[in-house]
Design a protein around this ligand. Structure first.
Ligand code: V55
Ligand code: FE
Length: 497
């Protein structure tokens, strides 16, 4: 009660949904060995699950700071002979280090350098994905080059520019590995600085040498968050949120939802292309979510699967009139676009392949770029969650999901796992049972928010018996909602010296 007599002061986080309840910043760094396991962790699971969450080190200098603006805090779960060891460490970005020195926030609004209290060389929070390539563990946000971290200790090594080869100022948080060639396929957008329409496509050989660099110009300066790759083509879906540097200089947001422009998909040949070879295909205004996969069918058409909404999924960045949907009304069915990359008819159509509200699709990455069958994806069926019970502790500012489906994208059939009315799920990862296991045969692991204990859990599912967990791991702490993560097998980590 005494707290009610006090003014909150500059060291308290604001009482808004994205900073309250389960979403209250965690800010913990440390280690817990031998997490409590209910059930049995299959012994063949050996390796580390890395994930990252935006986790503000200090209260923002601005009101209503969005979830996406927190400092990147990386969690590592090392699976070893049926035990799990946990470690967590912030990425030592320039912003993190200078704010720690100052004892307060110096950065400003999301991707708006004009609102910073100091001039940063690189202002990224490195908070969106943690991705392993060629011995480097990369913490990435799409507004800057990656930071590399030691995969074993989570010490930050520094900004990583691929030994001087990175030609642009930004780097996607969703790079892909081609499982046939082991190349890293990636891009940057706003690639010559804030508000520039330039997009830079890059391909990197498994030993880290750039083997393709193509500069393109997009029809609008829009967010390109995720993308897709086939054997011979690259697909760039543009989210209809556009950037205006004048608005930013006036202290406004980097992004504004534009319901008047098409949903563009840029299609570029993967090898030997010039920037002018890109074709900007068009569909009705929509919000493309994270991509499941893409591949070429027998006739050479591109098949591209992703959750896709007609509404603004990032409702906290409204349109020019200030309109945004109610978050509980947003729906993302799983959609398939079929594109003939040789056609001059740029208008494309799509079909719904699973009429379920879903996001965060993951596949068996050995089938990336190829004709595939299975996708593991978070789903939402609002009647299965007791919102009355959890809402006082739920916080907000993130899209809630309460189920995970093993979806057959060819038949539309699904098998689902639910964990009761008082838990919500974070993005899953897939771990193959063995190197030679068939597609989708293995385990799915994900973080689960338990609103009764206000602590986090890992749930481990066998993809052959998907409705029931094989193990639940209790963490002695709460990990607020994160974005993305990846599995790195022990054999790969052992190659790092
Ligand atoms: C996303 C997340 C971001 C971001 C842009 O999941 C897009 C989408 C955590 O930051 O800056
Ligand atoms: Fe993402």
């Amino acid at each position: 009660m005494a707290g009610h007599m006090l003014t909150r002061g500059p060291k308290a986080f604001e009482e808004v949904p994205q900073l309250s309840g389960f979403m209250k910043p965690c800010r913990y760094e440390g280690e817990v060995r031998n997490l409590e396991v209910i059930g049995q962790i299959p012994k063949e699971i050996n390796g580390t699950f890395y994930r990252v969450m935006p986790d503000p080190q200090f209260p923002s200098r601005f009101s209503n700071d969005p979830w996406f603006n927190g400092d990147g805090n990386v969690s590592a779960f090392r699976f070893e002979d049926g035990s799990i060891h946990f470690k967590q460490r912030y990425v030592r970005t320039e912003k993190f280090l200078r704010e720690r020195e100052a004892g307060k926030a110096l950065g400003g609004k999301y991707r708006n350098k004009y609102t910073d209290a100091v001039a940063f060389t690189v202002r990224t929070t490195a908070n969106t994905n943690i991705f392993y390539f060629n011995g480097k563990l990369l913490a990435i946000k799409e507004d800057a080059p990656p930071y590399s971290m030691d995969p074993k200790t989570l010490e930050t090594e520094g900004l990583y520019d691929f030994n001087g080869q990175l030609p642009c100022t930004t780097f996607t948080a969703h790079p892909k590995i081609d499982p046939t060639t082991n190349e890293l396929v990636c891009f940057g957008y706003e690639a010559k600085g804030d508000g520039t329409p330039d997009v830079c496509y890059m391909s990197v050989s498994p030993d880290g040498q750039f083997n393709e660099t193509v500069w393109m110009v997009a029809p609008v300066v829009a967010m390109i968050h995720d993308f897709a790759v086939t054997e011979n083509w690259v697909l760039f879906p543009l989210i209809p949120h556009t950037c205006d540097v004048e608005r930013m200089k006036n202290g406004g947001d980097h992004w504004q939802w534009d319901p008047t422009i098409p949903f563009y998909i840029g299609v570029l040949p993967r090898r030997g292309a010039k920037g002018t070879d890109v074709k900007w295909f068009r569909a009705p205004n929509s919000f493309p979510g994270h991509t499941a996969n893409a591949y070429e069918d027998e006739s050479g058409n591109l098949i591209f699967d992703l959750p896709c909404s007609r509404q603004n999924v990032f409702w906290w960045w409204p349109d020019a009139e200030g309109n945004a949907p109610n978050p509980m009304d947003i729906r993302d069915p799983m959609v398939r676009f079929t594109i003939d990359p040789r056609s001059d008819n740029l208008d494309i159509t799509s079909e719904v392949i699973a009429n379920v509200d879903c996001e965060f699709p993951r596949i068996d990455d050995r089938w990336a770029t190829k004709d595939y069958t299975y996708c593991f994806v978070l789903t939402m069926d609002a009647k299965l969650t007791d919102f009355a019970a959890i809402s006082p502790q739920m916080g907000g500012g993130f899209p809630p999901y309460n189920g995970i489906a093993k979806l057959n994208v060819k038949s539309g059939q699904m098998v689902s796992y639910f964990a009761g009315s008082k838990r919500l799920f974070q993005e899953p990862i897939f771990i193959p049972r063995s190197d030679s296991a068939p597609e989708g045969d293995g385990y799915v692991v994900m973080l689960v928010n338990n609103y009764e204990t206000m602590a986090s859990e890992l749930h481990i599912l066998d993809t052959n018996n998907f409705e029931k967990a094989v193990a639940i791991v209790n963490l002695p702490l709460r990990l607020r909602h994160g974005l993305h993560g990846n599995w790195v097998a022990k054999q790969e980590l052992d190659l790092v010296v």
